[in-house]
Design a protein around this ligand. Structure first.
Ligand code: GLU
Length: 475
C-alpha cells in the first residue's frame, strides 16, 4: 500500500442511492488503482436524521457490491473511531486550538438576530451572510452574555481574498472569500459543525484525496481555511459532476434515484450495478457488458472523469444486468433470484433440474422481475394470456396442434436434435415459418406469448408433459 488514502463519508440518513454509490465507487477505484487505502467514515453528527438502520444498510450494500473498506467503524484501523458521533473529544480540541490561535471567536447572536441580519442583506440586494458582528465584542458585553448564561456558538474568521484550487475533475476554480461570511464550527450546544468535523477527521486520518459530489464544491474553501488554520495541508479535491436522469432532469425516483439496497433485493447482479454506476462520468467503461471491479480499478483514471453532467439510464443498467445474469454460474444466480421469485417452489426440484430451469431462465430474461414468470412456465400452465389466446384462436392452430402432437409422440427423449425435427415436421406440414410457426407452438405448450426458449421448454418438460399440455388445448 502506498500513502494514497481516500474516504467515503456518508451521513447515514437513508440507504445508498445512485449518487453516493458513485462517490463510494470512484473512491474505491482510485484507491485500488493507486494501491492506496479506502476508508469508510460515518458522518453521523446529526443524531436526529441519522439512524443505525441506515448505517447497516450502507454497510451491507457496499459489502454485497464488493466495495471492501480497509478501515472503518466495524473493522477499526489506526485512526479509530471511524464514526463522528464517537469523535467529539477530538473536535473539542480542534475548536479550542482555533479559538486560542485567534482563528475563531464566540458568537452570541440569537436565531432572531441572525434572521434580522439576513433580511437586511436581502433587502439591500446582497447575498445574505454573517456580518461578523461578534468578532470584536467589547469585554463588558461578553461578560454580560456570560452572566446571562447565553451559550455561544463558535465561528471561524474568514478574511477577504481569493482562494484558488486545482480540482482534480474541474480544473482551476476560484472562490471569492468576501462572499463567505464567518461560519459556524461549533454550535451553541458545543457540537462540532460539519466543516470542522470533516476537516479534523481528514487531517487525523491522513486523507490525501477527497472525491465527492459537486454539491460539496462550495464547502471546499471553508474546509481549506480550517485545515490551514489547524496547521494541516488540505487534501486534493476532486468534485464529481451532478447526475441527471435520462430525461436530463434532476435524478428523481422515477428517473433512477434508486435505492441501491432495493436494486440488490430485486435481483440485480452486483457487478451490473457497479459497471453501470462506473459509467457516470468516467469514459473508461464501454457498457457493452459487466466489468469486474478489479478490471475497472486497473484502468481507472480520475483525470478521465468528465466535469459535464452525466445521465443515469435505468435501461442501460437493465442491459448490463441481462448480460451479467447470462454469465453468472447457476448457483450464484439462484441466490440472487431467490428473494425475487417469491412463491417459486425451489425445494421441490433436484439441484440438477433447478439448474436447468435457471439456465433456461437466464437466457430469456432481460430483467430479474421477469424471472418468476419465466420459471413458472416449467411448473404449470395457467390460463392463456391475451396475446396467446388470440394465437390459439387463429386458423392455423388446429393443424399445428395435430402435427405437433404426432411428432412429439415419436420421440422418447426431447433434446436439441429431436426438438428441431419436431419443429421441422410442423413447418413442412403447415408451411408456416418464423413467428407464425413458433407463436402457436409456444401458446400451445405454455399459454404465454413470451418466455424461455422453446427448445428449453421442450427438453426440460419432456415428452409426456408436453403431450399433456397439448391435450389440454385439444380437449
Ligand atoms: N457526509 C457528507 C455527505 O454524505 C460527505 C461530505 C464529504 O464527502 O466531505 O454528503
Amino acid at each position: 500500500m502506498n500513502d494514497i488514502r481516500v474516504r467515503f463519508a456518508p451521513s447515514p440518513t437513508g440507504a445508498l442511492h445512485v449518487g453516493n454509490l458513485r462517490t463510494a465507487l470512484y473512491n474505491w477505484l482510485y484507491a485500488k488503482n493507486m494501491q492506496g487505502s479506502f476508508i469508510l467514515r460515518i458522518e453521523d453528527t446529526d443524531a436526529q436524521r441519522c439512524s443505525s438502520d441506515a448505517e447497516n444498510k450502507i454497510f451491507s450494500s457496499l459489502a454485497k457490491l464488493g466495495l471492501k473498506w480497509d478501515e472503518g467503524p466495524d473493522i477499526g484501523g489506526p485512526h479509530t473511531p471511524y464514526r463522528q458521533s464517537e469523535r467529539s473529544a477530538k473536535y473539542e480540541t480542534a475548536i479550542k486550538t482555533l479559538l486560542e490561535n485567534g482563528f475563531a471567536y464566540h458568537c452570541y447572536c440569537s436565531e432572531a438576530d441572525l434572521e434580522a441580519e439576513r433580511k437586511k442583506f436581502i433587502a439591500s440586494g446582497k447575498p445574505p451572510r454573517y456580518s461578523g458582528k461578534c468578532r470584536n465584542l467589547p469585554v463588558e458585553q461578553i461578560s454580560e452574555f456570560k452572566a446571562g448564561k447565553i451559550k455561544p456558538s463558535v465561528r471561524f474568521k474568514v478574511e477577504r481574498g481569493v482562494l484558488k484550487i486545482n480540482d482534480g475533475v474541474r480544473g482551476h476554480v476560484s472562490f471569492n472569500l468576501s462572499d463567505i461570511g464567518d461560519f459556524i464550527i461549533a454550535r451553541s450546544d458545543g457540537a462540532a459543525a460539519y466543516y470542522l468535523a470533516s476537516v479534523s477527521d481528514d487531517m487525523d486520518m491522513k486523507i490525501t484525496d477527497v472525491i465527492r459530489g459537486e454539491d460539496h464544491l462550495s464547502n471546499t474553501p471553508k474546509q481549506i481555511l480550517v485545515a490551514r488554520a489547524l496547521g494541516g495541508t488540505p487534501p486534493r479535491y476532486h468534485h464529481l459532476s451532478i447526475i441527471q436522469g435520462s430525461d436530463g432532469k434532476k435524478l428523481s425516483k422515477r428517473s433512477g434515484s434508486l435505492d441501491i439496497s432495493t436494486l440488490l433485493d430485486s435481483g440485480y447482479a452486483p457487478v451490473a450495478i457497479t459497471t453501470a454506476i462506473a459509467m457516470l462520468g468516467w469514459s473508461g467503461v464501454s457498457g457493452k457488458g459487466p466489468e469486474s471491479l478489479e478490471e475497472m480499478a486497473k484502468r481507472f483514471n480520475i483525470k478521465k472523469v468528465s466535469k459535464a453532467p452525466c445521465h443515469f439510464d435505468p435501461a442501460r443498467l437493465d442491459h448490463i444486468n441481462a448480460k451479467a445474469i447470462k454469465q453468472m454460474p447457476s448457483e450464484e444466480l439462484i441466490a440472487i433470484l431467490k428473494p425475487v421469485m417469491v412463491g417459486f417452489p425451489f425445494e421441490k426440484f433436484s439441484n440438477e433440474k433447478l439448474f436447468k430451469i435457471i439456465d433456461a431462465v437466464k437466457e430469456s430474461i432481460h430483467n430479474p422481475s421477469e424471472a418468476l414468470l419465466h420459471a413458472e412456465q416449467f411448473i404449470k400452465m395457467d390460463e392463456p394470456d391475451s396475446a396467446s389466446l388470440q394465437t390459439l384462436n387463429s386458423n392455423d392452430v388446429r393443424e399445428v396442434c395435430a402435427i405437433l402432437k404426432k411428432s412429439v409422440a415419436e420421440f422418447e427423449m426431447l433434446n436439441d436434435e429431436t426438438f428441431n425435427s419436431v419443429v421441422k415436421s410442423v413447418s413442412s406440414a403447415t408451411g408456416l415459418t418464423g413467428k407464425k410457426l413458433y407463436a402457436p407452438i409456444r401458446a400451445l405448450v405454455t399459454g404465454k406469448s413470451s418466455g424461455p426458449r422453446l427448445v428449453d421448454i421442450f427438453t426440460i418438460l419432456g415428452r409426456d408433459e408436453i403431450l399433456k399440455r397439448i391435450e389440454k388445448f385439444v380437449s
